[in-house]
Write a protein that binds this ligand. Structure first.
Ligand SMILES: [Zn+2]
Ligand SMILES: [Zn+2]
Ligand SMILES: [Zn+2]
Length: 112
C-alpha cells in the first residue's frame, strides 16, 4: 500500500526532537506527534513523547496505557523488545568517559 500526501497543512510550528530514523507517528494511536493522543486536546508539553531504546516513539499516555496492560508484558508494541525509555536530550556517544583522579593529577605543571 502506498500512501501519497496530496496536501500538507503546515499547521505545526514546532517539532519534537526525535531521532531521524524514527517514525513521526505514534505506533499505538497512529496520530502524528505534532498531534496529541486520543486523550489530550493540546499537543506539546501536555502530551509528551517517549522514545524507546529501540527508537520507537509513542505518546507518553499511549505507551503508558499500553505498558499498564497485562498483554504488553513491558514490551514495545512495535518490535516486542523490552521497552526502555531513552532520554531525548542525550545523544548517543555524547557522554565523555569520566576522568580518573590520576589523570586529572597529570595536568602539566608550569613551574620546574
Ligand atoms: Zn499515541
Ligand atoms: Zn496525551
Ligand atoms: Zn520498538
Amino acid at each position: 500500500m502506498k500512501v501519497t500526501f496530496t496536501a500538507y497543512h503546515a499547521v505545526a510550528e514546532w517539532k519534537w526532537d526525535l531521532p531521524e530514523d524514527s517514525d513521526d507517528t505514534c505506533g499505538i494511536c497512529r496520530v502524528q506527534f505534532e498531534g496529541t493522543c486520543a486523550k489530550c486536546k493540546y499537543p506539546g508539553d501536555d502530551c509528551p513523547i517517549v522514545i524507546g531504546e529501540c527508537t520507537h516513539c509513542f505518546h507518553m499516555h499511549c505507551i503508558g496505557d499500553w505498558l499498564l496492560s497485562e498483554q504488553s508484558q513491558g514490551k514495545c508494541p512495535m518490535c516486542r523488545q523490552a521497552f526502555k525509555e531513552r532520554v531525548a536530550e542525550a545523544p548517543v556517544g555524547a557522554r565523555a568517559p569520566r576522568q580518573t583522579p590520576e589523570e586529572a593529577a597529570q595536568t602539566p605543571a608550569r613551574t620546574r
